[in-house]
Write a protein that binds this ligand. Structure first.
Ligand SMILES: C[S@@+](CC[C@H](N)C(=O)[O-])C[C@H]1O[C@@H](n2cnc3c(N)ncnc32)[C@H](O)[C@@H]1O
Length: 241
């Protein structure tokens, strides 16, 4: 088990199961990833950092669209899988989003951060670091647990305080606890603005059109939207004057 700045890189323990789940699941393959790709838009020639890249599934798709990809993750096992997918020459590192990042200032046009920030209690220093590595005018595009999930799924949970949210989930059939933090929407927005970002988009997108019908749960049938993740596009404002 690897410890990073007080958190446990527990994805090391179930990396292979996570990859199998992530590659085929409704939430990752047909919802989160297509939504992120849509928000990135034309990636050709853009220098993109994949923060919390996991097994590199989003990086692979962005590279196919012409992006120049770098990525990091706290889990050695996940980075190893990403390296197998992206090739030995890909710039993939084991690094902790809770610590200073090993990249120079203004190195990237975009940072994508899929489902990683909710593992951190404090967002101030990580957001400052992500902004530091973005060029002026660059974008941070991210997804996290939708803030309604905690009060909707945990009995007695209250919406407004930031709270520890251990999520008991099945990852490829394996029971796993994800050590996340619940954060209400106003606290997310405050953190983005305090870090100096401009909020461009708040997204609650539909699932992809090509989602196999048998993956859609009965209570969602007939609807293309459900509460699961929330998406943001943030801009690192270009210097004025
Ligand atoms: C839900 S997975 C998402 C992986 C990938 N972004 C994707 O969507 O396929 C969360 C990832 O965040 C990583 N992670 C958690 N805390 C982190 C931290 N403090 N620094 C870097 N990565 C972290 C985990 O190791 C894991 O690979």
């Amino acid at each position: 088990m690897t410890r990073w700045g007080g958190m446990t890189a527990d994805y090391d323990e179930f990396a292979a199961d996570y990859v199998a789940e992530n590659d085929a699941s409704l939430l990752n393959r047909y919802y989160e990833r297509p939504a992120m790709l849509e928000l990135v838009g034309d990636a050709a020639g853009r220098r993109i950092l994949d923060a919390g890249c996991g097994s590199g599934a989003l990086s692979v798709e962005l590279r196919e669209r012409g992006a120049l990809i770098a990525g990091f993750d706290a889990s050695t096992a996940m980075v190893e899988i990403a390296r197998q997918r992206l090739g030995a020459d890909a710039d993939l590192r084991v690094a902790d989003l809770g610590q200073p990042l090993p990249y120079p200032d203004a190195a990237f046009d975009d940072v994508v951060a899929s489902l990683v920030l909710h593992y951190l209690r404090d967002w101030q220093a990580p957001l400052a670091e992500l902004r530091r590595v973005l060029r002026p005018g660059g974008r941070l595009i991210l997804s996290v647990n939708h803030p309604f999930i905690f009060p909707l799924t945990v009995e007695g949970a209250t919406y407004f305080p930031i709270a520890e949210f251990p999520m008991e989930v099945s990852v490829n059939g394996r029971p796993v606890t994800l050590h996340t933090w619940h954060r209400p929407l106003h606290a997310m927005a405050d953190a983005f603005i305090e870090a100096g970002f401009r909020i461009v988009t708040i997204g609650e997108p539909p699932v992809a059109q090509d989602t196999p019908k048998d993956l859609i749960p009965p209570d969602v049938e007939g609807r293309m939207r459900f509460v699961s993740f929330i998406f943001f596009v943030l801009e690192n404002p270009a210097a004025t004057g």
